[in-house]
Every structure is written in C-alpha cells, then in structure tokens.
Write a protein that binds this ligand. Structure first.
Ligand SMILES: [Zn+2]
Length: 294
C-alpha cells in the first residue's frame, strides 16, 4: 500500500511536526501516527493511504445495510442524530439568511443531512469518497451523489451555500480543496465549514479513544488557529463561529464507548454529558465564511 508522508505543514509551511499520539482505526485495525504542527497546531495523519487504497478503510456494504433500530438505546441514538440533522438545517438557514436555495455538500456520507435539507425545500447536491455510503444515500433517499473527485469538475459560482460538516479534513489536497469550495459559492454566497477541534479538552481527555480523530479517513485535524490561517490565505472572511453542544455530546458519547464499550450505558451517558460540559462544548466548531470584500 502506498502512503503519503508529510514533512511540511500545508497551512503554515512549518517543518516542526511532533508526535501527538498513535491512533488505531476501528475499521481496519491499523495504527496511524497523529502529528501536531508546533507552529499553527494543525494535526496531521502521517502516512495516510493514497486515495486508490482508501476503499479498504470504509465500513463494508453489509455493515451499511439499513436496519431500523430495535433496542431502545439505538433508537435514542438515531433520534439524537436526527435532531442534529435538523439543527444543521437551522444553522444553514440562519447563517445564509435564506429559507431555501441551492446547496452543495462536500462529503455527505450516507446522505442524512442532504435528505433533511431537501425535505425543507432546498435543492441539494453532494459528493462522497466512500462508494458504499454513496450507494446507500442514492438507494435509500434517491439522491444522486457522485464520487468526491467530481468536485473539481463543478462550474464555479453555482451555489448559494456550500457546506463541509467535518469533511474538509478528508481532502487529499487541502489548499486546492478550500480554494474550490470558495469558488463554488456565488458572490454573496455562504460557506459553512465545521470540524472537530484537535486542541479541545475532549481530545486531550480521551486521547487515542477520541472519536474526532477518525484516521486515516481524516488526514487533517484543525485547531481554530490553523483553520483561521488557512481561510485567510484563501481570501475568505470569517463571519461567525459557533459551537454545537449536541454535536459535542455525540462525540463524547462515541469516545466513551470506544474507551469502555457498551457495558454500562447509564454510566457512559453520564460520563459523556459531564465531559461535554467540562470541555465547554469547544469540541465541534462551525465557521460561517464569505468571500473577502476587495
Ligand atoms: Zn502549521
């Protein structure tokens, strides 16, 4: 398997990349080193597989078959994710200051958000790297999701809103991708980029069990400092920055499960809630961006 070795930070150009931790991927069982740029605090998955090998690092199609939740705990988790999808729609409408429009999503996974916003009256297009997730979205929701490589074929200035919910970190070429996302919005369009903050208290507390790492699918793990430097380089202006308490809780919950398994659900719930609060919900940050005024 050919992998990509990173020696320079793609945001600040610095060479001071230091070992932060070793992360074992729960899908492939392989271990990856997470580095931290000591200059801008971007975190990097070292020796991530090249794109042609990435299919080995997504869940297989059997695991992706739609099964309605049977246990009450699983039903509750499905409900939590459903509420998050509704919150995402509210965020888009509020940040773009419009009730409907044409939206593009980079990395839609199984299409839950794209389907929810479409049901709210929007036209939604999306791309996704994972072929199994794409197939699921297309079959279950009758969406027309294309391979992520098609992103670069889309005509500029095509969308009112472009969103990347924790997927910019999956880009192979980070600078080329943020440039393309910026080109896709119309002159007064809105770009929304969210990510798990690699420098949050949760990431330190859970260490290698933190579900925000999700390596090697995620290659770049942002800090607010690194992300703000990146968008400034690409002529984007930060209009707003917010946290999601719900998303912070979901992340703490899955991290707690990685750490302890599902053995004691009530204990897991309380610990997750306490941890999400202790980290002041800085786990998941949502940025609203627009083109810089010249
Ligand atoms: Zn850096």
């Amino acid at each position: 398997m050919t992998t990509t070795r990173i020696d320079n930070c793609p945001i600040c150009g610095g060479k001071h990349l230091i070992h932060r931790l070793s992360y074992t991927d729960h899908i492939s069982g392989q271990t990856f080193e997470i580095l931290s740029c000591s200059d801008c605090k971007l975190h990097i998955t070292q020796q991530a597989p090249q794109l042609q090998h990435m299919s080995n690092f997504y869940a297989n199609s059997d695991a992706m078959c739609y099964q309605p939740a049977k246990e009450s705990y699983d039903k509750w988790i499905a409900h939590l994710h459903n509420d998050w999808n509704k919150e995402q729609v509210r965020i888009v409408q509020q940040e773009a200051d419009r009730a409907s429009g044409v939206l593009f999503e980079m990395g839609c996974k199984q299409g839950f958000f794209a389907n929810t916003i479409r049901n709210s009256g929007w036209i939604a297009h999306a791309v996704e790297h994972d072929a199994t997730a794409r197939e699921y979205a297309n079959k279950r929701f009758l969406l027309q999701i294309e391979d992520a490589g098609r992103l670069f074929d889309i005509h500029p200035r095509s969308y009112n809103v472009v969103v990347a919910w924790d997927t910019l970190g999956e880009a192979i070429d980070l600078n080329r991708t943020i440039d393309k996302l910026s080109q896709l919005i119309v002159a007064d369009g809105t770009l929304i980029v969210a990510f798990h903050n690699a420098t949050c208290a949760d990431a330190t507390h859970y260490g290698a069990a933190w579900s925000g790492w999700n390596a090697p699918r995620k290659r770049w793990h942002f800090s607010p400092e690194a992300f703000e430097m990146l968008v400034d380089k690409h002529n984007l202006e930060i209009i707003n920055c917010q946290q999601s308490a719900r998303r912070a809780f979901i992340t703490a919950l899955s991290s707690q499960q990685h750490k302890e398994g599902k053995r004691n659900i009530i204990k897991t719930l309380f610990k997750s809630l306490r941890q999400a609060r202790a980290s002041e919900n800085q786990t998941y940050i949502i940025y609203t961006l627009k083109h810089k005024q010249q």
